[in-house]
Design a protein around this ligand. Structure first.
Ligand SMILES: Cc1cc2nc3c(=O)[nH]c(=O)nc-3n(C[C@H](O)[C@H](O)[C@H](O)COP(=O)(O)O)c2cc1C
Length: 178
């Protein structure tokens, strides 16, 4: 499995810009995770898709926090708009999300359960306030049966407002050496 990882990740890292089979798919409510997604795309190339909820989250932070907690407690699967891409067309899927109440937002679970990741490589990345990635990478491994899930990358959301290209580059470099 390590050799497979090395081959696939090494290939996308070296030829990333020329390859169309990276998909960078992300959910981002306030734009932090989206900035990291853009940085990844600038480095490895590929197509982008944003997961957008059919029912928009409230603008007020208090209301949003409440809705997110309620979704988590009820194990909800919020629906999202058509992504405009077909996950089946890609080999390597970068999956980005903010940490909400210590976990992935429930809409990311919807995305993971709606698609077949067998034989694909999933590269998780997240932004958060302070809590880090938590168990989110293990959650992805559990749901995306048959996928190779790499180590995740995370950074505090406020740091995405500064140039974070070197941090992302360093992480990608470590992945391609795994
Ligand atoms: C509903 C909600 C729950 C959150 N829960 C956590 C949390 O458990 N731990 C944490 O460190 N940050 C938490 N945050 C902060 C976000 O993870 C952080 O601001 C992130 O960078 C937002 O990314 P985005 O701009 O892509 O939406 C939460 C934010 C919201 C709105």
């Amino acid at each position: 499995m390590k050799i497979l990882k090395f081959l696939v990740l090494g290939l996308f890292f070296v030829f990333g810009a020329a390859r169309a089979d990276n998909l960078i798919v992300y959910f981002s409510d306030s734009g932090n995770t989206e900035r990291v997604a853009n940085t990844i795309q600038g480095l490895v190339g590929g197509d982008m898709a944003r997961i957008e909820s059919v029912i928009p989250y409230p603008k007020s932070k208090t209301d949003k926090t409440y809705v997110a907690k309620r979704e988590q407690e009820s194990d909800a699967r919020p629906e999202y708009h058509d992504l405009g891409v077909n996950v089946a067309d890609y080999d390597v899927i970068f999956l980005g999300y903010p940490i909400w109440w210590g976990k992935m937002p429930m809409i990311v679970y919807t995305f993971l359960e709606n698609n077949d990741f067998y034989g694909k490589v999933i590269v998780p990345f997240a932004t958060y306030g302070t809590s880090g990635l938590g168990n989110t990478v293990d959650d992805i491994k559990r749901i995306a049966v048959g996928a190779t899930v790499t180590d995740g990358f995370g950074m505090p959301g406020r740091e995405t407002e500064k140039d974070h290209t070197d941090a992302v580059k360093e992480w990608l470099g470590k992945l391609s050496a795994q």
